[in-house]
Design a protein around this ligand. Structure first.
Ligand SMILES: Nc1nc2c(ncn2[C@@H]2O[C@H](COP(=O)(O)OP(=O)(O)O)[C@@H](O)[C@H]2O)c(=O)[nH]1
Ligand SMILES: [Mg+2]
Length: 229
């Protein structure tokens, strides 16, 4: 092979790499946790940078997307925000099946919500994709004066279970972006194959109901191509 063709193939490799880096890596992410810990609020903070007091509970699940640009890659999170009520528990596998990442949230002012978070983590580790990246998030950090869950206790569990961990506040915005940035950093560059083809759920046509019980959010409000990470 001549040097020229070597150079050409090297150049085309570089072009391919650059193209790959510009092409968003689709990452299916599921939010799990007890009702009212602030799952929807965390997503709203991440996607729209806003907070709504007394947010109405999620019915079934909502779908939102947000891009996150890192130095070497663009991650497009396809986020399934699930309802925390026990009656929706049986739907959860539909959302975490084939998810590449999960945010399991609890409320630092409610000790029982950490127990629920732990049981979600165990269920994910038993039944979800074995390579799933799980972040444990203690929400409502702004309510420090009402804290029931010591940070060390959650940190210890996260360390033992091999999870990312942070405390955050959807209300103040503190550490919310960090949750998603840290997950994005852990997504391997070579996971370029379309998440859509691997997902159990199609994410196209997100305004249509998947079935009677699922209330899919309006993706059209989330047209932000800018990265918030
Ligand atoms: N103080 C405080 N309240 C929050 C925070 N995040 C959510 N909330 C409130 O907690 C309630 C439940 O939030 P929501 O996002 O619907 O919880 P979800 O059921 O887990 O999706 C709502 O009244 C929110 O306004 C937070 O970081 N701090
Ligand atoms: Mg919700």
């Amino acid at each position: 092979m001549s040097t020229n063709s070597g150079n050409i193939s090297e150049a085309s490799n570089q072009q391919q790499q650059q193209a790959n880096q510009l092409k968003p890596i689709q990452v299916k992410l599921v939010l799990l946790g007890e009702a009212a810990v602030g799952k929807s609020s965390l997503v709203l903070r991440f996607v729209n940078n806003e907070f709504i007091d007394n947010k109405e509970p999620t019915i079934g699940a909502a779908f939102l997307t947000q891009k996150c640009k890192l130095l070497d890659k663009i991650i497009k999170f396809e986020i399934w925000d699930t309802a925390g009520q026990e009656r929706f528990h049986s739907l959860a596998p539909m959302y975490y099946r084939n998810a590449q990442a999960a945010v399991v949230a609890y409320d630092i002012t409610k000790a029982a919500s950490l127990d629920k978070a732990k049981s979600w983590v165990k269920e994910l580790q038993r039944q979800a994709n074995p390579n799933i990246i799980i972040a444990l998030v203690g929400n409502k950090l702004d309510l420090e004066d009402q804290r029931q869950v010591p940070k060390e206790e959650a940190q210890l569990f996260a360390n033992e279970a091999g999870l990312l961990f942070t405390e955050a506040s959807a209300k103040s915005g503190e550490f919310v972006m960090e949750v998603f940035t840290e997950i994005a950093k852990k997504i391997p560059l070579d996971s370029l194959s379309s998440a859509r083809s691997r997902n159990g759920l199609s994410t196209s046509g997100s305004n249509t109901n998947a079935d009677g019980t699922v209330n899919l959010g309006d993706d059209s409000t989330n047209n932000s191509s800018q990265c918030q990470c």
